[in-house]
Design a protein around this ligand. Structure first.
Ligand SMILES: [Zn+2]
Length: 131
């Protein structure tokens, strides 16, 4: 990809990050590396413009922590988790919402996508709550 073509690739902030049901990132056609959010250049092999890819809406909670410092849109305490998506997508970080019970490492989770104006835009719930 030449410079002129590269300049026409939308920036990361301009690309879709979800499709209303799942997270959307990129998957490199050369090496298979995945990224969320999408990248303009593959972080593993340097290929330009990896293809947009919709990741699995389900995954496994690897680890989590409870945060006691509020942020805009996130009153404390809230829980942040590291999730391995089921289709081998990238590990993603996000809020984990439960019914007040303590999350468990290894539990199945499902992504939820909020309204465009919502903060955070996406979060994860235990699969048993997903219905
Ligand atoms: Zn690559």
């Amino acid at each position: 990809m030449g410079l002129n073509a590269a300049l026409k690739v939308p920036t990361t902030a301009e690309r879709p990050r979800d499709n209303g049901h799942a997270l959307v990132g990129s998957r490199c056609g050369q090496c298979g590396a995945t990224s969320f959010p999408a990248r303009a250049v593959c972080h593993r092999c340097g290929t330009a413009a990896p293809a947009e890819h919709t990741f699995a809406a389900t995954g496994v909670l690897l680890t989590y922590t409870t945060v006691h410092v509020p942020r805009p849109g996130l009153p404390a305490p809230y829980t942040l988790g590291q999730i391995a998506l089921d289709d081998g997508g990238p590990m993603v970080f996000g809020q984990v919402r439960t019914d007040g019970t303590e999350p468990e490492a290894g539990m199945a989770v499902r992504v939820r996508i909020g309204a465009p104006s919502e903060t955070p835009r996406y979060w994860f719930v235990p699969e048993r709550f997903a219905g």
